[in-house]
Design a protein around this ligand. Sequence first.
Ligand code: EPU
Length: 346
Amino acid sequence: MRVLTNVSLQELTTFRLGGVARFFCSVTSLEELRDALAYARTRGLPFFILGKGSNVLFSDDGFDGLVIRINIRGRHYEEDSKGDARVTAGAGELWDDLVAETVSQGLWGMENLSAIPGTVGAVPVQNVGAYGVEVRDLIDWVEVLDTKENTLHIFSVADCEFGYRESIFKRPEGQQYIVTRVAFRLSTYPIPKLSYRDLAAYFENTDTGRLTPKEVSDAVRTIRNRKLPDVTEVGTAGSFFKNPVVPEQVYKELTRWFEYLPAHPHGEGMYKLSAAYLLEQFGWKGRRGEHVGCWDTQPLCLVHYGDGSTSELIAFANTIIEDVKERTTIILEPEVRCIDVELRSV
Ligand code: EPU
């Protein structure tokens, strides 16, 4: 394990923003991860666990500690007699490589979560979701290293306390755990989930009884390409805000002004509203600051066009938060993990 100093966080994150990591290392095994933690501990440094940096935003002041990139690899398949398959992958595997491999083997489960950047270790942290599927629906267990006790544990789905883009790993009580491996349950029997509006429209004239997971995966890739920026071309971390969850009364009030506001029931008496729709109504779609802006085809996705700064992005995000709050009383919350960065209204 080699520790580097003053490594640019712009090189390590898909937003391509942030100052420098005072110390940085990449670990390829559990032993190296333990060494890295010992390095931080003996020097009294805070540490930050990074995958591919596709859902984080670091401050322009950088990170005054050790950034540890998890590069623990390994994929392992098991099939049982009932047609279920279990795939176990190291936290450093690329999520989309795993998706592509499973769908090309005819396994059902991950196809709706195609083309999402990032690593396997990151998916349980924010309970990644897209096109009507959340990763908690597929997870069997999550292996974690408890950094306080230096012990390995297997977390069940219940232990992970998943919510909408939420898990124990995002909350203060989960900060002592580092995801090292994840096991997923997949199926050899067809279980297409095509009810999400964009997917249903895509397959409108198709005999969906004969679909393969690869065909569904390709459809998701096409839909995403139409809407979302390519992270290799423009700085972004996907949706910057969560879709707000509000009481039914607030939703009903809003429909007086926005008749077509997309909304989904989200637990008792609550509705999850489309933030993208609201942002479009308020004129944010395609709006640009100097180096940052709202993406042309999906305003929930904030982008960095280059040569910008985290403070510029945050100022832009704060203007959106203020605008939405003034018009609707709703306070948008970040979906992206903001490290040492304060959003004004949250
Ligand atoms: N919409 C508009 N205007 C737009 C774009 C969308 O009005 O410019 C409306 C449409 O009615 C559309 C609805 O908003 O049907 C929902 O849009 P979309 O399908 O893009 O989904 P989203 O709710 O905005 C969420 C996730 C995305 C995920 C998509 C697809 C969050 C915060 N975002 O976005 O995840 O890809 O659903 O399932 O939940 C991410 O987390 O980084 C991410 C990209």
